[in-house]
Design a protein around this ligand. Structure first.
Ligand SMILES: *Cc1c(COP(=O)(O)O)cnc(C)c1O
Length: 439
């Protein structure tokens, strides 16, 4: 509570380095133990300078949400209960809560109600889980039993992705044995959306098992692929369509933003995060698969001492022993209700529009993307000046934005992902940036 109470005043970016913190907590392992209360006191007293103000209202770096109070307390309960949440036979309360959270989310996002929902650590593992399921399924449709026959002699699976996919897609592909040279990359437009004509051309030649990865929410621009155009093209070619919607899937929970996701519900699998837009504590992501039988085929484990009760967490994720990280998601959904989730997503979008409008009014600052969702990119006339502004903002301490490159130019990224961001945070951030832009 003390830490949360300091968020409004402390610098958002840490003031201590890794070496400082190694010094604070390091040294040889003491031979003698310490009373539990003293251990916690030591942690709380020493951690501060190396902590970043992520749960506060002015952390806009990467794509990182805060923590809703109900989700935070639910996370403490999950630790106190210490339930190994792989199966309903062992931990019925946890599996029930995760199953309900999954159903609620499918309903909110307009996804098939019978889909499987696997709670994993985040978008990276959700992409991996869905893509592993997809590979298993497209090979099965080609008459190849991956579990029995293995990958070595299997028919080649074509993996088709957009030019502005998230890096976690490539990383998941690597875990699955796809080499970089084996991935087909389809052109994107100026906002990072896959071009339907380019997908059509990419699929024209070639045959066999096919996996097409689309995206809801490009990490820099926030742009959404045109699912209504792309998914029919992919399906006509026999593809499994996966959607990486780490933060963008949640647009579907808002009646006013839902059109961004039009057609998305026709995909075969979807990856998303709860620790971004839904504002639950780290870590929590969801791997969603249209047909639970495909999840079971890819992930059900063996073992004569394990009891199967239908659709258990260990049937739909790569994990065996696991934390019930879906319980904080249940708490977040229960505390917000359906209308509250819609209002949260709308507010994140409104915050992005407001900060973009304020930035445009600062002499010399350009906003470089269409602010359709929660992401804002901006910069100054030269790359060097943009990078210097980014460093100056972190040093000044009012807010955090992080840098990137977009279309060969340096940019600063401002991601509206926290429930805690209010109008005052936008004003304070704009005032700080105004004071730092060389005039
Ligand atoms: C954040 C993000 C990921 C990775 O999610 P993690 O929760 O960091 O594992 C994947 N795709 C997109 C579009 C993202 O924004």
């Amino acid at each position: 509570m003390e830490f949360l109470g300091t968020l409004d005043e402390r610098p958002v970016w840490p003031r201590a380095t890794l070496d400082d913190m190694l010094g604070t907590f390091g040294g040889p392992l003491p031979a003698d133990g310490l009373d539990a209360e003293a251990v916690v006191e030591q942690l709380a007293a020493g951690a501060g300078p190396g902590l970043v103000g992520i749960p506060g209202g002015r952390f806009f770096g990467f794509v990182i949400g805060g923590t809703l109070p109900a989700a935070l307390a639910a996370d403490w309960l999950v630790s106190a209960w210490d339930q190994n949440s792989g199966s309903a036979m062992l931990t019925p309360t946890m599996v029930a809560l995760e199953r309900i959270a999954g159903r609620w989310m499918l309903e909110l996002l307009g996804l098939p109600e019978a889909a499987s929902v696997g709670f994993v650590t985040g978008g990276q593992m959700a992409n991996f889980t869905c893509m592993a399921t997809a590979r298993h399924a497209v090979l099965a449709r080609a008459g190849w039993d991956l579990a029995q026959q293995g990958l070595r002699s299997a028919p080649a699976v074509r993996l088709v992705v957009g030019a502005d996919r998230h890096g976690s897609i490539d990383r998941a592909a690597r875990f699955l044995g796809f080499g970089r040279s084996e991935i087909t990359v389809v052109d994107a437009d100026d906002q990072g959306r896959m071009r339907p004509d380019a997908l059509e051309r990419a699929l024209e030649h070639g045959e066999g098992p096919l996996l097409v990865c689309l995206q809801a929410g490009e990490v820099h621009t926030g742009a959404f692929d045109d699912f209504a155009a792309l998914i029919p093209i992919a399906h006509r070619n026999g593809a499994w369509v996966h959607v990486d919607g780490a933060f963008g899937l949640w647009a579907a929970a808002s009646p006013s933003l839902r059109p961004l996701t039009a057609g998305m519900e026709h995909a075969d699998s979807w990856a998303t995060d709860a620790h971004k837009t839904l504002n639950v504590p780290y870590d929590c992501g969801m791997a969603i698969v249209r047909d639970p039988a495909d999840s079971i085929a890819a992930f059900r484990t063996g073992g004569d001492y394990l009891v199967y009760t239908g659709l258990d967490p260990w049937d739909v994720t790569p994990e065996l022993s696991r934390r019930a990280r879906g319980v904080p998601a249940w708490a977040a959904l229960r505390s917000l209700g359906g209308s509250g989730v819609a209002a949260l997503v709308d507010r994140l979008h409104a915050n992005a529009v407001a900060i973009a409008a304020g930035l445009r009014q600062i002499e010399g600052v350009a906003v470089v993307n269409d602010v359709d969702y929660t992401q804002v990119m901006f910069g100054l006339a030269s790359d060097e000046a943009t990078r210097e502004l980014g460093a100056a903002i972190l040093a000044e301490g009012t807010a955090v934005v992080t840098g990137a490159e977009w279309r060969g130019r340096a940019v600063l990224r401002c991601s509206m992902s926290s429930w805690a961001t209010g109008p005052d945070d936008i004003e304070r951030t704009l005032a700080a940036v105004r004071g730092l832009v060389p005039g």
